[in-house]
Design a binder for this molecule. Structure first.
Ligand code: NBP
Length: 487
């Protein structure tokens, strides 16, 4: 007899915790995992005493589900998702729903939405953020795909999601096709940026100011109670305060080679495709790439020396109030990063025809996920003031915040450069801030160069956009021009 409200395939860390979360909320969940031993261990371990129904084959699993069947996949993103869908399709009926909750690429989700749609099946590709803890007690959930599926799964997804203070769930329909996974991808890109701006503060405090780990932990603890109130600042305070068996800071024995799983890179690639700046996230991704070149860095430190040369590099100003300046550099850079993230979402919405509610997306990230922060309320307020805000940098709250933070931000970047301490996120954010508010940039020269060597043409000051000109720069060129298009 079909008795399960929903089924979940993939009992690794995320799947197991989501199942227990659904069970807590009164849903009967059937589960299946490719390796049966994992199912057995789950049922006799974390799921013992729950209503969870274990199954040993996909056929048995599907037979347990009440129609319209709802199947959630929490398997490794990529080929595994298609492999599981292939197994499921012959066993499902028209109107059944497949929900992919893994970190799938948004283009795969768009493809799966239309491929399953042609078979009469409803597909949802949903980003889920919050890691193990979020999955167990309330993640941020960003569903997209086939809109007709949403009313069928809204109850269960909103029940298991994190809630903001007034009880609103951090889960809402994002948009059609790949919109849910796109939003999760941008979330993860922003997460890379948030981690990098915090890491730069740590580098400046430890390498620049020579602060001890307990001192740094207490600064982050204090910052977490102010404008920077967020999960990542809080866990940084915990990490810096943690000591090993020898009483040494645990973080000091961790190799400084950062890993990555690809969602930051995807965000930057998408920004390049759409022609929108995600400079801070790009720097954060590259900072991890540079950190991973451990052997080369060690050799270079020996050959080139570390920090700035004493005879000409400049000492940089690391004096009184510098911790407050670092706070301001971090906060301003974070504003730039989120501004870029929302600009990218707006560009993607235009490109892919999504009707995104940016203020609501900020609230989906308010609790449950890794980038959760009080700051997201300010973003929601900005989009409430103006729904089609082209950039958060144009909203009065953020304009004021940047103006206040700017002197400290500049002092930090200048001092870091003087001392030879890399601050790629702070400095690229500052470069973007300066470029974005420049009435005139040197791109006229770039256009002239392009026209000089490739007859790529240029537009003129004071003439309508889209009207192109060519100059015979050497007097020996012809009048033929290259096609003008934006790559
Ligand atoms: P993993 O990403 O480690 O995937 C392991 C699961 O995929 C196991 O259940 C495994 O079955 C199953 N699987 C694989 Br691998 N290939 C399969 C195939 N061909 N057919 C059927 N099942 C297959 O698990 P996870 O860390 O729980 O993450 C699940 C998804 O959630 C991923 O997309 C991940 O990116 C995403 N996510 C993870 C986190 C996190 O913090 N871990 C956070 C947010 C999102 P087996 O037991 O038989 O090997």
């Amino acid at each position: 007899m079909p008795s399960a409200d929903i089924g979940l395939i993939g009992l690794a860390v995320m799947g197991q915790n989501l199942v227990l979360n659904m069970d807590d909320h009164g849903y009967t969940v059937a589960v299946f995992n490719r390796t049966t031993a994992r199912t057995t261990e789950f049922l006799s371990g974390p799921a013992s005493g729950t209503k969870v129904i274990g199954t040993r084959s996909v056929e048995e699993f599907v037979a347990k589900l009440r129609p319209p069947r709802k199947v959630m996949l929490m398997v490794k993103a990529g080929r595994a998702v298609d492999a599981v869908i292939e197994q499921l399709v012959p066993l499902l009926d028209e109107g059944d729903i497949v929900i992919d909750g893994g970190n799938s690429h948004f283009e795969d989700s768009a493809r799966r939405t239309s491929e399953l749609g042609e078979l009469g099946l409803l597909f949802i590709g949903t980003g889920i953020s919050g890691g193990e803890e979020g999955a167990r007690h309330g993640p941020s959930i960003m569903p997209g795909g086939e809109p007709a599926a949403w009313p069928e799964v809204q109850g269960i997804l909103q029940a298991i999601a994190a809630k903001v203070a007034d009880g609103t769930p951090c889960c809402d329909w994002v948009g059609a096709g790949g919109a849910g996974h796109y939003t999760k991808m941008v979330h993860n890109g922003i997460e890379y940026g948030d981690m990098q701006v915090i890491a730069e503060a740590y580098h400046l405090m430890s390498g620049g100011l020579g602060m001890t780990h307990p001192e740094m932990a207490s600064v982050f603890r204090r910052w977490g109670e102010g404008l920077l109130d967020s999960y990542l600042i809080d866990i940084t305070a915990d990490i810096l305060g943690h000591v090993d068996e020898q009483g040494e800071p645990t973080v000091c024995s961790i190799l400084d080679a950062a890993g990555q799983k690809g969602t930051g890179k995807w965000t930057v690639i998408s920004s390049l495709h759409l022609g929108y700046p995600m400079t801070l996230v790009a720097e954060a991704v590259y900072a991890r790439v540079v950190s991973a070149l451990v052997d080369q860095r060690l050799e270079a430190a020996g050959v080139l020396g570390q920090g700035a040369p004493t005879d000409g590099g400049g000492a940089g100003r690391f004096g009184d109030g510098f911790v407050d300046d670092i706070h301001d550099a971090l906060y301003a850079s974070k504003i730039v990063s989120y501004a870029q993230g929302f600009m990218l979402l707006e560009a993607a919405a235009t490109e892919y025809g999504w009707d995104l509610d940016y203020g609501r997306i900020a609230q989906l990230w308010r609790e449950g996920c890794i980038i959760r922060a009080a700051f997201l309320d300010d973003i929601t307020a900005a989009f409430e003031r103006r729904a089609d805000l082209p950039s958060l940098l144009l909203d009065r709250f953020f304009t004021d915040a940047l103006r206040k933070a700017e002197p400290g931000w500049r002092r930090v970047v200048a001092a870091a450069v003087g001392r030879g301490i890399p601050v790629p996120a702070y400095s690229s954010a500052l470069a973007f801030y300066d470029a974005y508010r420049s009435e005139r940039l040197p791109a006229n020269l770039v256009q002239a160069q392009r026209d000089y060597f490739g007859a790529h043409t240029y537009e003129r000051v004071g003439r309508p956009r889209g009207e192109f000109f060519h100059t015979d720069w050497t007097g020996t060129g012809g009048s033929a021009t290259s096609g003008s298009y934006q790559a």
